[in-house]
Every structure is written in C-alpha cells, then in structure tokens.
Design a protein around this ligand. Structure first.
Ligand SMILES: Nc1ncnc2c1ncn2[C@@H]1O[C@H](COP(=O)(O)OP(=O)(O)O)[C@@H](O)[C@H]1O
Ligand SMILES: [Mg+2]
Length: 246
C-alpha cells in the first residue's frame, strides 16, 4: 500500500537543539499509525511538519503526493483541508452548541443547503455516538469525553484524507480514554473504503497497542522502533522493553 506521508532525512533544529534528527519514514495510507515516546521526544513537532505549520531545517516531506516545500502559505491553507485534527484540548467554540460546532466547517467551506447540513451533522453526531439530548448543548454543558466526540465529529465533517490526533485522551478519565480510543478505531474502520489514514500521538500504551496497525517510538528526535504492533511488542530494543514494562 502506498504511503500517505513520507519524510526523507528530515532535520529540525531550534537554535542549537536538534528536535528532529534525520527522520526517514513513511506513514501507510489507510492504516492507524501511533507515535509513542516520552514528553519532549519531538512528537508534536513531527505533526506540525505534516501540517506545514513549521518547515524542516533540511530534508523533504511529501504528503498526499505533494512536496510540502512547494506550497506557499495560501497553498498550505488549502492543503490543510485534507486533514482532520483532534488535539488534547477539544478547542470547540464555547459560544456555539455542539451541533453548531460540527456544522461550522460545513457552513464555512461548502455550499450545502441548510437541510443538507442538518442531515450531515446528525449523521456525524451519530457516527461518534453523541446522544441527541446533547446536540444542542454548549461545550461547557458537556463532559470532557463528550466534548472530544464533538471535536472528532467536527474534524470529520469535511471528509479529510488524514486524521491527526495529538494526545486526544490527555486529561480524560480512564473510561472516556477507552471510549475515545475506540472511536479512533471505529472512525478508521468506517472510513476504510476511502482509505482514511490515521496518525495518533499518544502516551496511552495499552490503548495504542489495541487500536494501531503500526507503532513508531521516538526518542530525542530519532526513531528507536517502527514496526507493526506485534513487532513492537516483541522488540528486543532495551529502550522499548523498558518502556513497555513501565
Ligand atoms: N517552537 C519551538 N521553539 C523551541 N523549541 C521547541 C519549539 N517547539 C518544540 N520545541 C522543543 O522541541 C522538543 C520536542 O518538543 P515536542 O515536539 O513538543 O515534544 P513532544 O510532543 O514529544 O512532547 C522539546 O524539547 C521542546 O522544548
Ligand atoms: Mg506533544
């Protein structure tokens, strides 16, 4: 299967600090890939490069067949519509209801009629298992787990080709954590026919091993291990063994 994203000898420096240290890898299309690693390993920086929110110091990034260095600011903004993003904080508009949050990108970027928007939002809300009682509440009236679902539904609204999740379960209780992880997996499964690619940054090892196809372990901007879940579990690398025993 083709890769949705490839990095070739990507280096990122901030001053004297090398945050991404000569990364070469591909993220397979249509699969769930999870990046694990301790805080400060460079995970979020890697994701920012995929979105073109920052540029590499050297090296090449090709995303959905596009060489990122060829895109200017306007091109990048257009390009980012291929991505759905779910971050640690749901980042919902707090003055809009759950329904209006999900409708927002549809109103902003499509010419759908009101009746079509309603239908689409309702189907997105159902896909992330948000009960109708919550659709017209404000984010402040929803639990953390429910806000995550709204964020996920909104990220899916424009039918992205790649879903990016940066620590989507941070700050959630264990049950919500499991629900959100399962939602990542069910979202990928429901969109498998259109080869939705999912890239997840997580600190939740157990959930990652459960839902992912591939796992990458980053440390100090370098790849320590990148393999299937089975390969990762059986890794003999002492860093991975220690990490798995935590
Ligand atoms: N804009 C920036 N300027 C300077 N240093 C940065 C910047 N962004 C990240 N870093 C540094 O890069 C390293 C990796 O950060 P980050 O990618 O956020 O790690 P992770 O997401 O794995 O916790 C950290 O040491 C962080 O301090
Ligand atoms: Mg981070």
């Amino acid at each position: 299967m083709a890769d949705a994203i490839t990095f070739t000898h990507v280096v990122k420096k901030y001053g004297d600090a090398t945050v991404l240290n000569d990364l070469t890898f591909g993220i397979p299309q249509g699969k769930i890939t999870t990046i694990l690693g301790f805080s400060g390993a460079g995970k979020s920086t890697l994701m920012k490069h995929i979105l073109g929110l920052t540029r590499p110091t050297s090296g090449k990034i090709v995303s959905l067949g596009k060489d990122m260095s060829e895109l200017d600011e306007l091109g990048l903004r257009e390009f980012r519509r291929n991505f759905g993003m779910v971050f640690q904080y749901a980042a919902l508009f707090d003055f809009l209801s759950a329904f209006e949050n999900v409708a927002f990108p549809l109103r902003e970027f499509t010419k759908l009629k009101e009746s079509e928007i309603k239908k689409k939002v309702e189907s997105l809300m159902q896909a992330v298992e948000l009960v109708p009682e919550s659709w017209h509440r404000l984010p402040s009236e929803l639990s953390g787990g429910m806000r995550k679902r709204v964020g996920l539904a909104r990220a899916l609204a424009l039918e992205p080709r790649i879903m990016l999740y940066d620590e989507p379960t941070s700050g959630l209780d264990p049950i919500s954590t499991q629900v959100v992880s399962d939602l990542i997996a069910s979202t990928a499964a429901k969109n498998q026919d259109r080869k939705l690619t999912s890239l997840v940054i997580s600190h939740d090892v157990r959930a990652s091993l459960r839902i992912s196809d591939h796992i990458m372990f980053l440390e100090r901007g370098q790849i320590v291990e990148y393999s299937t879940v089975e390969g990762f579990k059986n890794s003999q690398n002492p860093i991975i063994r220690r990490f798995l025993e935590l």
